[in-house]
Design a protein around this ligand. Structure first.
Ligand SMILES: NC(=O)C1=CN([C@@H]2O[C@H](COP(=O)(O)OP(=O)(O)OC[C@H]3O[C@@H](n4cnc5c(N)ncnc54)[C@H](O)[C@@H]3O)[C@@H](O)[C@H]2O)C=CC1
Ligand SMILES: O=C([O-])CC(=O)C(=O)O
Length: 310
């Protein structure tokens, strides 16, 4: 049994902790937030759910990094979420400082954790955590692709009147409106999705997926948390159980997909050591062009980060 720290006791962080506690595969979850009482309250509330839902995971809330000592996995959700009218990239000046500071503090108390970044703008915040941690690339990666494919799958399930469980999908690129859902790698119980739905309808669903985060921000005035929190918890579970599941995650590319020195969403295998393998798909020209556009969009934000003094 292991120890997991979730940094940020807000909407996403509290959901990650809650879902993970229900999985009952972690000895202790520490929720850390600059708002110490909020962290303590969310931890206490979730632990009081243990008697109702029958799990053994202990939960501790704190604003002191000493409580995070010897964490096996750290999920970073600290930072501001966007409001209607903002893009994820607008969060960079605030969140780059937060993610960098959080990562340094974590590394003072845990020698060799696996870090999963959730804070936005995701691809660049994952880069920031990688740089601040000094950890190998297999141990620092970001959550976005599970969420984005889950949205794609839910829209397809609704359109086809089938269960989202039976839809397998893949998606590449940055966690922004340039993300690249891949219909050619999407199937319903093994049946290519392109055989089941009109091209026009599929295109509309791809477009809705790309803007899926913004749709929720417009509805709620802040960004989503249930699906994002569950997605990050699913990554933790694959690592702790050494399930070796293949998920689209934000990973450092060093030549793969023609990109170098950029964190971008690609399929990876998650096991005990973090990223056990990065899979390179045989993309056609159109898919590759879309991925290159997405990489260019991420690189623009990365350049802003690199020019910052964090
Ligand atoms: N990668 C993805 O797919 C998703 C990313 N996000 C991102 O996750 C982040 C968190 O979103 P929410 O939980 O909705 O926000 P929230 O505002 O509910 O919670 C953020 C928490 O971070 C804490 N915090 C701020 N600075 C801190 C610091 N230096 N140390 C420790 N804690 C600190 C705040 O006190 C707050 O409790 C946002 O940046 C959001 O854009 C949200 C959904 C999906
Ligand atoms: O849209 C946002 O700002 C939060 C996020 O990344 C998502 O829900 O996909």
């Amino acid at each position: 049994m292991s120890k997991v720290t979730v940094v940020g006791a807000g909407n996403v962080g509290a959901t990650v902790a809650n879902v993970l506690a229900h999985n009952d595969l972690v000895r202790e979850i520490v929720i850390l937030d600059i708002k110490g009482d909020l962290a303590k309250g969310k931890a206490l509330d979730t632990y009081q759910q243990a008697g109702v839902d029958n799990f053994s995971t202990r939960l501790v809330g704190s604003d002191d990094y000493a409580a995070t000592a010897d964490s096996d996995i750290v999920v970073i959700t600290a930072g501001i979420p966007r409001k209607p009218g903002m893009s994820r990239d607008d969060l960079i000046s605030t969140n780059a400082k937060i993610v960098t500071m959080v990562t340094r503090s974590i590394m003072e108390h845990s020698k060799n954790p696996i870090i999963i970044v959730v804070s936005n703008p995701l691809d660049v915040m994952t880069y920031a955590a990688y740089k601040a941690s000094g950890l190998p690339k297999s141990r620092v990666f970001g959550m976005a692709g599970i969420l984005d494919t889950a949205r794609f799958r839910s829209f397809l399930a609704e359109a086809l009147d089938v269960s989202p469980k039976d839809i397998q999908a893949m998606l590449l690129g940055g966690h922004g409106d340039t993300m690249v859902p891949l219909p050619r790698y999407t199937s319903v119980s093994g049946i290519p999705v392109t055989e089941l739905i009109d091209a026009d309808k599929l295109e509309a669903i791809v477009d809705r997926t790309k803007k899926g985060g913004g749709e929720l921000v417009a509805l709620m005035g802040t960004s989503a948390w249930y699906a994002p929190g569950a997605a990050a918890a699913q990554m933790v579970a694959s690592i702790l159980r050494d399930e070796r599941r293949i998920f689209p995650c934000c990973a450092l590319l060093e030549g793969e997909y023609g990109q170098d020195g950029l964190f971008l969403g690609v399929p990876v295998k998650l096991g005990t050591n973090g990223i056990e393998q990065l899979l390179e798909l045989q993309l056609n020209d159109e898919e590759m062009a879309l991925l290159n556009d997405s990489a260019d969009a991420v690189r623009e934000v990365l350049d802003v980060y690199k020019a910052m003094d964090v």
